[in-house]
Ligand binder design. Sequence first.
Ligand code: ADP
Ligand code: ZN
Ligand code: ZN
Length: 734
Amino acid sequence: MPEQQILRVAVPAPLHHSFDYLPPAEASAEQLLPGVRVRVPFGRGERCGVLLEVVTAADADGRRLKRAHALLDAAPLFSAADLALLCWAARYYQHPIGEVVANALPLRLRKGEPPLPVLQRIWSLTALGARQDPLALGRAARQAELLALLLESGGSLGQEQILQAGGGGRPALQALERKGWIALDERLPAEVRAAPTSHPPLPLNADQQQAVTAVDLACFGSYLLDGVTGSGKTEVYLALVERALAAGRQALVLVPEIGLTPQLIRRFERRLGMGLAVLHSGLAAGERERAWHLARLGQAAVVLGTRSALLTPLPRLGLIVVDEEHDLSFKQQDGFRYSARDLAVIRAQRSGCPVMLGSATPSLESLHNARAGRYRHLRLPQRAGEAQPARLDLLDIRSVRLEAGLSPVLLRMLRETLAAGNQALLFINRRGYAPIVTCHACGWVAQCRRCDARLTLHAASRLLWCHHCGSQRRQEPKCPECGDADLRTLGQGTERVEEVLAGYFPEAGIARIDRDTTRRKGSLDRLLDGIRQGKYSLLLGTQMLAKGHHFPDVTLVGILDVDQGLFGADFRAAERMAQLVVQVAGRAGRAEKPGRVLIQTRHPDHPLMQRLVSQGYAACATELLAEREAAAFPPYSYQALLRAEAPREGAPREFLEEAAALAETLAAGRVELWGPVPAPMERRAGRYRAHLLLQADQRAELQRLLCAWVSQLAKLKSARRVRWSIDIDPQEMF
Ligand code: ADP
Ligand code: ZN
Ligand code: ZN
């Protein structure tokens, strides 16, 4: 008797292991291919999982296994290498394999729906068919209808269009095909077939050329492209992608959430022409899935996308690029908390291809890797073309009267900039009108009922809004405590700054860019287009404005308030502040016009600010790395954060105490435990939150502990009373 085959399936469930099933009754052995989806019984219902491997009875334990219901794919969606990478990621990030695999699937496929056809089915009239007369078909009305439709539309039409137009339905198609009047042709969609247009690359300058030739496409290697804003990093990526394509390989280019603008997509399209698949969360599910299939089947040569595009199966992967590698959006902050940047390096290593991480403000992690010789450090120290670097100055605002956060000096500079016909940009790190609403009579402050946070006033909608849990309420006309009508606002957000600027500069067009003005699809692109066309002369906004955009006419940048970065509770606060200042500053003077950057601060003598202004980001990073080393913080150590939250105040702490005790026994002194402590904002969305931080000098030590620990956490009794999650290499402590 042949040995019983057993399917090892990744089933989306909050459990860390895979699940074993017997093959579906009607499945033959040849159909049991790892990488196909399987519908399996699970609990009282059914779930769609992915077959990881087929083992024999000897490897499975003796329990009675259930039979899988059905195989959903004829051919695997993932290769063995893809599955191995996903399993690696599940282990490293301590996340259930079923959820990791589900994360890598487009939405429809996750739900068990059949894959969308990738090729377009086009029906065309044959020479014989073109000579026929619909009227002569007599009683075969459906066939006549189809024939007429094809004749009217020039001889050929996509199957979907035919069926939508009611062209006689499938029977009519079959009937005419049998008669030899029409023929089927399956083609790639137009966007993938399009030939490259004539957009020759810019001749690379010496630095760019050096960076391109430094990259060995034939083997794994990590490269840090450290180039100031406007130094032509994108040209380097394009040149490398072209070389990879010429060698018959595929390329994967990752950009931050907000960086994937139509301009960037057009720039890639113009240069590469064919085979570009764009993947991001803004696409409709169908578009996204088609692009995914094209990549997986090797039809799309280049995948350009945000974080989640990293897990796209690519059979001929030959290059990975991560642009703006310091950007936080590469780290998923919920569910499967992976870092797409870090996984990109692992993926490149496993695929034997190079990975390039690019930034004007590289993360301290990447700089550390470059210094340690793990990454090759490539530099583009100068702006490409004619552009000059912007000049940075600190503006002391101690004992200066500010109007909506604007100092008189900044206002004067704005006036001069506008008078000279140039654009100015203001960075404010808060949206809304004002972050504090208070009663002048009794001191009441508008607080969120569900969070330890104040409510922000949004004047346009007259709403008090919690930026942490999203809850909203109407702005009360009177103080709810004492009934006084003298409610005042303190501080400012983008809305208020816009209002004040409109008062000072009634003639100027003002573009405000924050989450409120860009919520609707396409609105950000409209604003950005307007800026480029000169419709606006004053641009103001939050972080969204700081990323990747080119504003050639901006000659003045004002940064309203950076001080919280100097004293933030998070040990990464200073790094983020320096990156933000340099990125915002990089928007100025990108063309032939020189730019100036004014940074308002109450701490003009702070050594970090001084160094940033006088010596730039690299010097700052060196200093910050020395501080991290002295404190044994990452990248000189490795961390994992266990978070817990619950509606009952004591529950997270009880769980974390138990978890800590368990870790203590496993740590053997090689992993440090810090906490449990309440999260910086203890109550959010009605839940109390706390965490426990683990830190080790060696990554392997931490991983060893985690492997033993995490599987036992679920068994703790106190675990049932909390929601908990583990975050490996956490980027934020909340
Ligand atoms: P980055 O990605 O580093 O910010 P980009 O690649 O977007 O820089 O280039 C910035 C600007 O410089 C763009 O307008 C680009 O067309 C121009 N540029 C880049 N490389 C060159 C070059 N070799 N010669 C002339 N202009 C260049
Ligand atoms: Zn009051
Ligand atoms: Zn709230």
